[in-house]
Ligand binder design. Structure first.
Ligand SMILES: [Fe+2]
Length: 234
């Protein structure tokens, strides 16, 4: 599988703490069947989670020597009214510098006028991929919240952990609903630390049961992410 969401670069967010931990995480992911990985440290304006592109490239160069997993640059961008400015001033990374950006929303409070803000992003030439919508309370309450985002071209990524209960039963149920209804284009590990591993193999089996067809599993875990890496349309 190709992973498109992880916090395995050390020392720049709440993910991996040390070089050793990053190497452990990469070994773990490789054992679970990951062959390529877009690394996506948090980017949150006005916090300490704002590592520069150069810093991320330096960490990727360093870790690439230690793993067979092909690494690509990215960010998980906490959505705010500064996101477009930060994007245009090259403070943050899209996924492998493609037209796709991984966006995170607040867990419990919905953003007012979210569709207008996301639309602004798409008029700037980028396609928003919303990270783990199943974890947002307002999506758990009403998944149709996502419909207006679908209309303006947003895509969605579910966490592997969500479908095996890592974040509780409400998240699991919402993830299943979104997968069955066809909202989801990608799966991602969102792995942070070696003491909080994600059983990707178990999640893959569960995924097959949820979506039924192997072609859909392949699209969600490999083909669609390969298209992002190659900056192709889905
Ligand atoms: Fe994340």
């Amino acid at each position: 599988m190709i992973d498109m969401h992880s916090h395995i670069l050390y020392g720049i967010d709440d993910g991996s703490r040390t070089r050793e931990e990053s190497i452990e995480l990469l070994k773990f992911l490789e054992k679970q069947g990951v062959t390529e990985s877009i690394v996506t440290p948090h980017y949150i304006d006005d916090t300490q989670f704002v590592a520069s592109i150069e810093k991320k490239k330096e960490l990727i160069r360093d870790l690439q020597k230690e793993t067979n997993i092909k690494l690509y640059i990215g960010n998980e961008v906490y959505f705010s009214d500064k996101t477009i400015e930060s994007l245009n001033s090259k403070k943050l990374s899209t996924l492998n510098d493609s037209k796709y950006i991984l966006i995170e929303f607040p867990l419990s409070n919905r953003i007012k006028d979210v569709d207008e803000m996301v639309y602004d992003l798409s008029t700037n030439g980028v396609i928003p991929i919303i990270a783990h919508p199943e974890r947002y309370l307002y999506v758990q309450e009403d998944y149709k919240y996502l419909d207006k985002l679908v209309e303006i071209g947003a895509l969605f990524q579910v966490n592997y952990g969500s479908i095996i209960g890592t974040y509780g039963s409400k998240v699991e149920k919402t993830a299943k609903t979104l997968l069955k209804k066809g909202y989801i284009s990608f799966l991602g590990s969102d792995i942070h630390r070696i003491d909080k591993p994600i059983d990707l193999e178990k999640a893959m089996k569960k995924l097959k049961k949820i979506v039924k067809k192997q072609e859909i599993v392949d699209d969600l875990t490999y083909n669609n992410i390969k298209k992002i890496i190659n900056n192709e349309s889905l």
